[in-house]
Design a protein around this ligand. Structure first.
Ligand SMILES: [Zn+2]
Length: 382
């Protein structure tokens, strides 16, 4: 992973006790004709500080070691219990699949800014009652110093009802990032299901892509009324949403603009913050490679704690080709103690794919977001 200038140790934010300096709020935004000038970026300092601390993870080449987790046939761990199948996985075989598809996925959605590169690691073994975190620990301890993260794949599938995997953006880096996985503990794990031979030469990679998203620090979206993974708009919600529409799909959906901002793939100059009286903004699709792509309404803001409405245009193409039509998406984002705790879609009902079309609006938290021909009107509710 290449180094960045003036990094801030992630620890300061992760501990929640030290305020980070963040980036300057004086960056000018480009205003197109008919567009209201942005209110500046003061209200989103918490997000910019999070980006400043964590975007190194999504910058350039990310060396990820792949480990196989061997699960004993007589395991009593509940996620594997009673399932006798053990796949003859090799790190080389898994690496080949990941470098062909997951790398392409992230290359594409980052517009070439992030390049996960998978390498063969080693083999880990579970005891009879141990859960997969034990394999992840073995991989972290055994990984080369050059590894930025580990991905552990079990040779056993999961019992239906158990989540398919997990991932984490890791712990504070004790020195100037990037730091090796032994320090960061950036890691992801998946069960064997997606590597079952029934999938043939092209297994689905959307779950791995989702867990890699966690290693970049991305939080879930689409948790509504206690139900999980309901949104088809984001890799970090229902990552299988495209395949539910088109069985030939093998990748997840694209991700939301706020994750692009946190990853450092969407610069401050492409962000628009609604002034107190509201305004009009022209938004390019958030998956495109330039232009104003993310609008904010600041609902509340403080050091490490904030809430926002985010507004973006999603287009029905690329990894979002499963959407019936492009349109305007609106989410409420809650940040608590320096972590994005909620990212809730506000347009329509699950799976939230009926995006705002010109003439349609949604009202939330005292604001009206209305799609218009050529722009989006974002104003306080009269
Ligand atoms: Zn997840």
């Amino acid at each position: 992973m290449r180094r960045i200038l003036s990094p801030v140790a992630l620890g300061a934010l992760a501990l929640g006790a030290v305020a980070c300096s963040g980036d300057s709020s004086t960056v000018a935004t480009t205003t197109t004709p008919g567009q209201t000038a942005s209110a500046g970026l003061d209200g989103i300092q918490t997000l910019l500080s999070l980006r400043h601390a964590g975007a190194w993870r999504a910058d350039g080449v990310d060396d990820i070691e792949v480990w196989i987790c061997h699960v004993p046939v007589d395991t009593t761990a509940p996620m594997y219990f009673g399932l006798p199948l053990r796949l003859p996985l090799t790190t080389a075989g898994v690496v080949e699949v990941l470098n062909a598809r997951v790398t392409t996925y992230y290359d594409t959605i980052s517009n070439g800014l992030y390049h996960p590169q998978f390498h063969s690691g080693g083999e880990a073994n579970l005891g009879i009652s141990q859960d997969p975190h034990v394999c992840v620990d073995q991989a972290i301890i055994g990984a080369e110093d050059t590894a930025d993260a580990v991905l552990v794949v079990a040779d056993a599938e999961h019992v239906p009802g158990f989540r398919g995997g997990f991932g984490t953006g890791g712990q504070p880096c004790p020195f100037e990032p990037p730091c090796p996985v032994l320090n960061s503990r950036r890691s992801a794990y998946v069960g064997a299901s997606d590597f079952n031979s029934v999938w043939g030469a092209e297994p689905p990679m959307d779950l791995v892509e989702h867990e890699i998203g966690h290693t970049l620090g991305w939080a879930h979206s689409g948790f509504v009324d206690g139900a999980q993974y309901q949104s088809a708009l984001d890799l970090m919600s229902n990552n299988a949403a495209p395949r539910e529409i088109d069985p030939a799909r093998r990748d997840g959906p694209d991700t939301l603009a706020i994750n692009r901002l946190l990853a450092g793939w969407l610069p401050e100059s492409d962000v628009w913050v609604a002034p107190p009286r509201g305004g009009m903004v022209h938004l390019e699709p958030s998956t495109s490679d330039g232009g104003t792509r993310l609008a904010f309404v600041v609902l509340s803001t403080g050091v490490g704690n904030a809430s926002y409405l985010t507004v973006e245009v999603l287009s029905s193409d690329g990894y979002n080709a499963h959407l019936p039509a492009g349109g305007v998406a609106v989410h409420r984002v809650e940040v608590t103690l320096w972590e994005v705790q909620a990212n809730v879609p506000l347009v329509g009902a699950a799976p939230f794919t009926d995006l705002l079309q010109p003439g349609e609006f949604v009202e939330s938290d005292g604001w009206r977001i209305e799609a218009l021909e050529g722009g989006v009107s974002i104003t306080p509710v009269p």
